[in-house]
Design a protein around this ligand. Structure first.
Ligand SMILES: C[S@@+](CC[C@H](N)C(=O)[O-])C[C@H]1O[C@@H](n2cnc3c(N)ncnc32)[C@H](O)[C@@H]1O
Length: 129
């Protein structure tokens, strides 16, 4: 868990304003995001469909995931013809990539509040490195 704690600590230090929630369920996400957060960042997004389900909220979504998982998701979304115009997909290995730089490239505005969602990721990260 040292790596997980270090990753979370880095995110909190570099990106999180003090009142930002780190984890929430789907309905909480809808409730919290409405009118409070212009952007949502999904870390280790996997096949999470919230960005699609909540496209009516007029938020910008950034999905960060391991390149292998994200490539598969993008193929599937392409086959479905899903509208993903409100989503920025960041293909990144969180263990080795530069999260801050990739977020900036994806249009993340660190001067604005973000809703951060990080579900099911940490068990996949090595406990030591
Ligand atoms: C169990 S899934 C959780 C997906 C989603 N957040 C959910 O709750 O349904 C774990 C996710 O973590 C991602 N992941 C694992 N190791 C990663 C790494 N080193 N960098 C980026 N993403 C990683 C996987 O690609 C996968 O999408």
């Amino acid at each position: 868990m040292i790596v997980a704690a270090s990753l979370l600590g880095r995110i909190v230090k570099s990106q999180l304003p003090p009142d930002t929630g780190v984890r929430c369920g789907s309905e909480t996400c809808r409730y919290r995001a409405q009118g409070r957060y212009p952007q949502v960042v999904l870390l280790g997004a996997g096949y999470d469909g919230r960005a699609l389900r909540f496209s009516d909220l007029a938020l910008s979504w950034i999905e960060i995931d391991h390149p292998a998982t994200q490539a598969d998701k993008l193929q599937r979304l392409g086959r479905l013809g899903a509208n993903t115009s409100h989503i920025s997909f960041v293909s990144l290995d969180l263990m080795s990539g530069d999260l801050d730089a990739e977020l900036a490239k994806a249009g993340h505005d660190s001067s604005q509040p973000s809703l951060w969602i990080c579900e099911g990721l940490f068990p996949y990260l090595p406990s030591h490195q």
